[in-house]
Design a protein around this ligand. Structure first.
Ligand code: GLA
Length: 350
């Protein structure tokens, strides 16, 4: 199976951007741009074999340049929030842009979601792949070290979108890369009927600015218990302080696992289409975001993006880890290679 590409336009500073089509042997296809490494469309079968687009996004580059809540994008250098945009590493304090109220979010003003990656199309044994390279300069967005990042997207013949990250740095730095696709497995409507399972006994509760308090709180007896498959909408409007802070689900779950192992992080089932999404990753945490900041003002691919019409499952290290020595470390040192694998696996049940 081959990778084809066409022009997706130009950035304001004159860089040419392409849109790549990764079609697998089953005819399912992923469209990915080297602008932000954005997955703009993902067509996978429902229970009748009908291919439908299960991600939110836009059909053209201009809309991504104008305004996007990270639709489908690669996120870096640091996925999610760093409190007050400050952290200390090796005794030196670093200051980042505060682009989310008092905090830094998703790598800064011009994060990896807004840079042009250097693309190479490859076809390997597992299916069509797109390799993306980006070198982030020392000091870019306030982060220390020259960071060389490679992301390989592969769309396998088993309808898995595999995202493999590697990175190296020439100075001590912090890193937390993830992927920010918004899914709607029905391809329309709200996501409240989607049934979610997350194998986590604990989550990281947050303050009112969505920074973890440091506590690892048991999910038992709370609306955050997804160990048994439960509809997103079943408890989302309960009178719960954590749900109020997030305007719904916008939290990090502490997955029951051995650090670094590729394990199931979430399974999501949509009853009308029969589509199932399984998220696997090597990361210790999972941000489950229920699209609470979508409000009907953005429109893409012929749809209005209403409140809670898409959800994200972002495998990651816990938010604000650079300021939480008790959380698993996000430090990358020269000579080490950062690895992270995320798999979004699609199937359809009866
Ligand atoms: C992440 C955050 C959310 C929100 C979205 C983008 O998932 O956790 O709070 O900022 O990105 O809108």
């Amino acid at each position: 199976m081959q990778v084809s590409h066409r022009s997706f336009g130009q950035t304001p500073d004159g860089k040419e951007v392409s849109l790549f089509t990764l079609r697998n042997a089953k005819g399912a296809e992923a469209l990915i741009s080297n602008y932000g490494g954005i997955v703009t469309s993902l067509r996978v079968p429902d229970r009748n074999g009908y291919l439908g687009d299960v991600v939110l996004g836009y059909g053209n580059l201009a809309d991504y340049l104008k305004e996007s809540p990270y639709f489908g994008a690669l996120i870096g250098r640091y996925g999610n929030r760093i409190a007050k945009g400050k952290f200390t590493l090796d005794g030196k304090e670093y200051t980042l842009a505060t682009n989310n109220y008092p905090n830094a979010l998703h790598g800064g003003i011009k994060g990896f979601d807004k840079v042009v990656w250097d693309p190479t199309a490859v076809t390997g044994p597992e299916g069509p792949s797109l390799r993306l390279n980006y070198v982030s300069k020392d000091g870019e967005e306030g982060y220390p070290g020259t960071l060389s990042v490679t992301v390989v997207y592969t769309f396998t013949d088993d309808n898995e979108l595999k995202v493999e990250y590697t990175a190296t740095s020439d100075k001590d730095t912090v890193i937390n890369l993830t992927q920010h696709s918004y899914f709607n497995l029905a391809g329309k409507g709200k996501i409240l009927n989607h049934v979610v399972m997350i194998p986590a006994d604990r989550f990281t509760p947050v303050d009112s600015t969505l920074i973890p308090t440091g506590e690892l709180r048991p999910v038992a007896g709370t609306p955050f218990d997804f160990r048994t498959p439960t509809a997103i909408g079943a408890r989302i409007d309960q009178n719960d302080e954590q749900l109020k802070f997030g305007k719904g689900y916008d939290h990090n779950w502490v997955i029951n696992k051995t650090m670094g192992q590729l394990t199931l992080m979430a399974r999501v089932t949509e009853p009308t289409s029969g589509r199932v999404l399984e998220v696997l990753s090597t990361e210790p945490g999972l941000q489950f975001y229920s699209g609470n900041f979508l409000d009907g003002t953005l429109k893409g691919k012929g749809r209005v993006y209403e409140f809670r019409c898409g959800f994200c499952m972002e495998p990651q290290h816990y938010p604000d880890s650079p300021n939480k020595p008790e959380f698993p470390s996000v430090v990358l040192k020269p000579g080490q290679t950062y690895h992270n694998t995320i798999i979004f696996k699609f199937s359809a049940g009866s």
